[in-house]
Design a protein around this ligand. Sequence first.
Ligand SMILES: [Zn+2]
Length: 64
Amino acid sequence: MNIIAKKAKSKGRGKSPQLWKNYDIKDGRAVLKNKKCPKCKKLLANMKNRIYCGGCGYTEIKKV
Ligand SMILES: [Zn+2]
């Protein structure tokens, strides 16, 4: 039982800040910052110079 609790804790700790990076707080509401994948509708990961879909591998280069 202890092992399961420990595992869930360590997994959640690393995951939630990642998730909140995708949101902006506007007027007290969380607004989604990222675009969605045009292919599989998953959330695109925001990277330094590109956005990337972990689902299908779709990549879009950011124009700076
Ligand atoms: Zn995709």
